[in-house]
Design a protein around this ligand. Structure first.
Ligand code: PMP
Length: 278
């Protein structure tokens, strides 16, 4: 791995040090983004930077850099990594202050970013998921670093031999522990609408846009437990996972237990777009 970025400097990971009084450490007081890099180009950069700006506003922080400055920081990290395909992590915390809830005490944000080689994934055969109550907070549209509920939910999925947890508020699907959820029901692709109970996924938006361009019927609408259970296809999306078919839900097969035809089409369109984004 090449250098990481910390507060204006590029340095080896082992030399990147911050105070134990950083509010990211004491309060989980910060936000983050994950960007994918394909063939050395940052994918959907503008969309990620826009969401970052909204996340910062959501926690009453001023964006500490302009978009041009963010682009330069991220580009420097990409250039420093010989891999063509990378994953970039950017975290901004409110910075160091005495351990007191008041946000006025923090003077300078802490900015950290790193690049890692994008691991080869092969989830095209599908994954298993479990359903869980959504135990997170009410501002899930903010990409906050405070991820303990998601960590616990993923752990529950792993313990059940599954890969992802699909979450419910009452009878309604919200999203995955770290992904958005889609179903296909009677030929219509459905995903929950964007509100504060889900993260507005960059992949979610792109998948909807690309499918609609191809004339595939799509609806942003609430999905009930029964609709999820009886769906012909279930997919989850994220920048890192792209579009992954869920072939088993709570130990029961989804549809015929294989990745579906609409998923195949969505994947094909997505891969085509990735190789020549416009
Ligand atoms: N929801 C949650 C809770 C997530 O953590 C993620 C992945 N960061 C997503 C959805 C997918 O978002 P994106 O497509 O922007 O990666």
């Amino acid at each position: 791995m090449g250098n990481v970025y910390l507060n204006g400097k590029y340095l080896p990971l082992e030399d990147a040090k911050i105070s134990v009084l950083d509010r990211g450490f004491t309060f989980g007081d910060g936000v983050y983004e994950v960007f994918l890099v394909y063939q050395r180009k940052i994918f959907r950069l503008a969309e990620h930077l826009e969401r970052l700006d909204r996340s910062l506003a959501g926690i009453y922080m001023k964006n500490p850099r302009t978009n041009d400055e963010w682009k330069q920081i991220l580009k420097d990290l990409v250039d420093d990594n010989p891999a063509d395909n990378q994953s970039l992590y950017l975290q901004i915390t409110r910075g160091v202050s005495e351990r007191d809830h008041s946000i006025a005490l923090a003077k300078e944000p802490t900015i950290f970013a790193m690049s890692k080689v994008l691991p080869q994934r092969n989830l095209v055969h599908g994954i298993s998921a479990i359903t869980c109550e959504d135990i997170r907070w009410k501002l899930c549209d903010i990409k906050a670093i405070t991820l303990l509920p998601s960590v616990l939910l993923r752990h529950r999925a792993m313990q059940a031999g599954a890969t992802e947890a699909i979450l419910f508020k009452g009878d309604i699907v919200t999203e995955g522990a770290a992904s958005n959820v889609f179903i296909v029901s009677n030929g219509v692709v459905k995903t929950p609408p964007k509100d504060s109970s889900i993260l507005p996924g960059i992949t979610r938006d792109l998948v909807l846009e690309l499918l609609q361009r191809e004339g595939v019927p799509c609806r942003e609408t609430s999905i009930t437990r029964e609709e999820l259970r009886s769906a012909g296809e279930i997919w989850i999306t994220s920048s890192t996972w792209e579009i992954v078919p869920v072939i088993k839900l709570d130990e029961r097969p989804v549809g015929d237990g294989n990745p579906g035809k609409v998923w195949e089409k969505a994947m094909e369109i997505y891969q085509k777009f990735k190789s020549s984004p416009d």
